[in-house]
Design a protein around this ligand. Structure first.
Ligand SMILES: [Zn+2]
Length: 203
């Protein structure tokens, strides 16, 4: 693997040592605790295939991302059992995310984890394409569609509406490009309930 490919893969991987010791300070950890409780419930009801998957929830600090799904690079390289990480921004503003929106975006993140955990871990090397805007758009929209299919359409719409108010103008353009908008979520939900209409619309 070339150095540039390795660096891109590291974008989606996370070092296992950026861990619980930081999460105990101040607000750090509060958002992750909140998300961890929701994730327990969402896994049970919507992601039964992840029942025995090793998923850690940890805080991070960022300006345009509020939730991320990663995998442990050390487990990827050396361990028999993979470990996946859902990272939650420690910004106190996250407490204003409506509950259904929080559940929906965590379902989106769990859809990523389910993709990471499917098949051989070698397929994770394909994530080096995440640096390509077309691949990233497809990757993120696929997770949105999975969350929509699982019944989180309304919550996901609410999350996007919240997000649009909490990112910079530049990040907003990226969010609208890479993820389904509320209108697109509505269209996807309608198509899922009436696939015949989807085929007619596509002509
Ligand atoms: Zn995502």
């Amino acid at each position: 693997m070339s150095l540039s490919c390795a660096l891109i893969l590291l974008l989606l991987a996370t070092p296992v040592w950026a861990d619980q010791s930081e999460s105990a300070e101040g607000n750090r950890g509060l958002n992750a605790q909140w998300a961890g409780q929701l994730i327990l419930d969402i896994r049970l009801t919507s992601f039964p295939r992840l029942a025995n998957t090793n998923i850690r929830v940890e805080p991070f600090h960022g300006h345009s991302d509020y939730f991320q799904a990663r995998f442990s690079i050390l487990h990827f390289l050396f361990a028999k059992r993979m470990q996946y990480v859902i990272r939650v921004n420690d910004d106190p503003g996250i407490q204003t995310v409506p509950e259904d929106a929080g559940r929906a975006i965590l379902a989106h993140e769990l859809a990523h984890v389910q993709y990471y955990a499917s098949g051989s871990r070698i397929h994770l090397l394909g994530l080096i394409r995440y640096n390509s805007s077309s691949y990233r758009r497809e990757f993120e929209r696929r997770a949105d569609l999975e969350a929509t299919q699982l019944g989180y359409a309304q919550g996901l719409k609410n999350y996007r509406l919240w997000l649009y108010q909490h990112v910079s103008a530049k990040a907003l353009l990226e969010k609208k490009r890479d993820y389904l908008s509320p209108e697109e979520i509505d269209a996807a939900a309608r198509a899922l309930t009436n696939p015949v209409c989807l085929r007619v619309d596509e002509r």
